[in-house]
Design a protein around this ligand. Sequence first.
Ligand code: GLC
Ligand code: MG
Length: 593
Amino acid sequence: MFSQLRRYILTTLLLIFCLPRSHWACTLNSGAQEKQKDWWQTGQFYQIYPRSFMDSDGDGIGDLKGVTSKLEYLKDIGVTAAWLSPIFTSPMVDFGYDISDFYDIQPEYGTMDDFRELIARAKELDLKIILDFVPNHSSNESEWFKKSVARERGYEDYYVWVDARYDENGNRIPPSNWLQAFRGSAWEWNEQRQQYYLHQFTVQQPDLNYRNPAVVNQMKRILRYWLEQGVAGFRCDAVPVLFEVLPDENGIYPDEEKSGLTNDPDDRSYLKLDLIENQPETIDMIYQWRQVMDDHQRIYGGDTRVLLIETYAPAWYTMQMYGNSTTEGAHLPFNFNLITELENGVSATKVLKAVDDWLLNMPAGRTANWVMGNHDRGRAATRFGPERVDAMNMLVMILPGASVTYQGDEIGMTDGDVSWEESKDPAACNTNSSIYQKYSRDPERTPFQWNTEKNAGFSTATQTWLPVADNYETVNVEVELAADRSHIKVYKSLVELRDSSKTLQYGDWKYKALNENIFVVKRYLSGSETIIYISNLGDSAETIDLTTNFDTTLPETMNIKISSVDSKKTEGSTLQLNNISLEVGEGLVLSTA
Ligand code: GLC
Ligand code: MG
């Protein structure tokens, strides 16, 4: 009797507490899953380097009309948003990263009307356009700088001006030992003003003074101006160098210590960068820009306007850019780990570290992103080897979060050959003919390869601003789209999969380096298909058993959704998971669906 009563009470308790609980848990779960992600959280971002994308008027230089004429191409390969390297008025010392008028278009790229046309056409195609915001510096030909040199009222402190120091022989010396990015001192003497000014990049790129509220306001005005033109956000350039430490009470700037990394005293890495990079004030400025974006959206409505941040900084710093528990920051501080950590060769263990370094440091609730390349680093196909391009493109699309492609990486473009005489990049031209290749960014900036015609279909000019790479007859959009198997087809299949797979958009993840060569990612979501990425990033063929070495809950076989160009495995066939052989560079995307 007593035991019966006890059972009754127990059962009732169970019913009251446990059943509804599991039911609530279920609802919560699916509620969380159904919460729509915002466009930028799962989107494909694509970087256009306008000077090298498409030339519409035959002057050998890409332009806005050229970009507009290729928007359908971007749509076709599944791009969500394209960010454009600077298109503003510029003397082109650093190819647009030296802006003389932040409110107008560089004439060789087109006019404001051409820009409006680009935005309008993009809108029709449901493509988002993001501009490059260069907040750290202007061109020395900007009106602001000229006025500042002349100490015109309101512009006196627009830049970082400081008196000279003198050595024991009475020679004028710069205020500190700081070095610029493209060799030599970060300080330049100005005769007219009789002071030095700071430039973290070339002499022609004076640093704006962010301790001056007028500068801060001017830069926010620029953001609003382009937002009103209908852009979907900004990629913010060179953000970690925005602020430098303040001088001491005597106006003296402290010297940086030596880094011990190189013996070349003109190379920026000769010194530590503790005083001129990664200052706390910069993080706050990002939060202020975010406010500008959110305010604009509140007033005008429409989709989220995004802030993407260029940052080569350590994780403790970069992760603060996302925001904190009270304040929102950048939507996506760019994750360059797969570039910077694989500089000296790629292996599964290095990839594991690069992935860990982002995902294990990222604050909860934020969105990851994976950048494959940009206009400052060698091309992905050259860095990783052409045989690994598909496997790497797969990786950035299968990992959680947004993916970022640099123009041409979808077709496997390699670094072009640019001789010393043909060199244009100040990072190269400030060196000499024997070492320029180590510094030059021209090879990754050669014209986009559209087809087998003259200048790869980029331009009808006799000479293009940089030479077209030699391999354009085999590596180009037209040939690859016509081929049965090609890099671009792999790329398109990946984007299609990302767009259609809830698992890739919302699912959880698990990843592992099985050894030096093999990297695996599993994406899974209850009620949806499981997706596996597996690749051989090493230098020798491998045969592996995925069920015992990675995940014992995997089924015996899965379907091959996508295979890299040189893979012998047929898409659509099934694969035995306990015995997978992988050639060098081979990459596969498998699915239970
Ligand atoms: C960023 C750009 C680079 C430019 C520099 C100065 O790093 O990506 O191309 O030279 O900023 O603006
Ligand atoms: Mg042109």
